[in-house]
Design a protein around this ligand. Sequence first.
Ligand code: GSH
Length: 219
Amino acid sequence: MARELYFISGSPPCWSVMLALEVKGLAYTPRRLDNTKREQKSPDYLAINPRGQVPTLVEDDIIVCETLAILSYLDAAIPAPPLFGSSPVETARVWQTICDCDANLRGPVGEISRPLFRGKATEVADKIKQAAETVRNELALYETALKDNDWLAGETLSAADLMVFPVIMQLLHAVGRDDAAPLQLAIHPVTEYFPNIDRWTKRLESLPGYDNAYPPHWK
Ligand SMILES: N[C@@H](CCC(=O)N[C@@H](CS)C(=O)NCC(=O)O)C(=O)O
């Protein structure tokens, strides 16, 4: 069977799917789309994903769009290791963490990282600082959750970790830039401000296949 993943480098949802494929031990052909050329809006790609968004997983004639739909599909196809918990309460914790991240962290992280990646930090400094306050409050919750736990939602790695990790990595990549330093966002270095989160990111970085999923344009 031919398995392909369409992705844009650095896209957190794509990174989540790539990590899930590694965790499940599934080989695939990466199909990188160039956002600067708007390749995700080409007629060929729109025929696969009518919204022109990534990620999209293609397995022969099966096409799955939407990150969480792809993770659920992979988990149903290859149940071990489970990504969505092994008991009702674990499943609840996984979804709770994913929903919390989507509702409270993903947006403000984008408000920080987008202008920084585009070299526009000074122009929207106040907006970035405001978003950073929200993000610090969110990170404080993760910091507490990770105090006595290795993973975000249960005893083992789950879809919660795979969904939250790329969002936090995007943030850390952005706030670690030189032009973020004058903004004094109190997030970088993460070892100092959020040591439990730092240890958790290192746990994910040591997963087998981690390097295969790392955004190519950051290498
Ligand atoms: N809800 C979608 C969101 C996907 C999404 O926002 N993808 C972005 C990259 S992070 C994208 O495709 N951007 C390019 C575009 O919209 O043209 C999912 O989780 O799969």
